[in-house]
Design a protein around this ligand. Structure first.
Ligand code: CA
Length: 183
């Protein structure tokens, strides 16, 4: 009986733990995505945060803009985060070079002018990892500057922690000290 109870507890803890990991890991899934324009309805911005990393555009899980200057995709995380890593899955069935020069920006401005934490310079692999070293911000953008281009993203994963400001210790004033002494 004891063994059975222990087993049940272990299974319960494991289930809860794995649930937390899923929510904690890829914070992009908690946000809302928009883009400069949408080439066709099935290529909406949200397709890049649907949790499906299939890189074949024809499978319906990639975002695609029109031919814009600049073409951009933006994720609103709804809260400030310290962003450690952004993982981009590029389109795999065609035209991967379109993503060359794309800049990943993180910050609190909704206009895509936040500081750059990485530029795509190599599209030989479908999965591109950009390190943002804990940069703080609510918005994560992928922007192709300086030319007309179509931006295609089959998945964007964002890893980091919610930003918690450090509150300085409250120093007791003389009046508060007297109040606390006699109350
Ligand atoms: Ca996808």
């Amino acid at each position: 009986m004891k063994c059975f109870v222990v087993l049940l507890v272990c299974i319960s803890i494991g289930w809860v733990h794995s649930g937390k990991i899923k929510l904690k890991d890829n914070i992009a899934r908690l946000g809302e995505a928009t883009q400069s324009s949408t080439y066709r309805l099935e290529y909406k911005a949200a397709a890049a945060i649907d949790g499906n990393t299939d890189s074949n555009m024809m499978e319906g899980s990639c975002s695609l803009t029109g031919n814009d200057n600049p073409a951009w995709w933006q994720l609103d995380l709804k809260k400030r985060y310290k962003v450690d890593t952004v993982v981009i899955v590029n389109r795999g069935d065609c035209c991967s070079e379109r993503l060359l020069g794309a800049k990943v920006r993180v910050g609190d401005s909704a206009d895509n002018n936040n500081p750059v934490c990485g530029t795509v310079t190599d599209v030989s692999e479908e999965t591109i990892v950009v390190s943002c070293h804990g940069r703080e911000g609510r918005y994560v953008s992928v922007v192709i500057p300086g030319r007309e281009e179509t931006l295609q993203l089959c998945e964007v994963e964002v890893y980091g922690q919610e930003y918690k400001p450090v509150v300085p210790n409250h120093e007791e004033s003389d009046d508060e000290f007297v109040d606390n002494l006699f109350n």
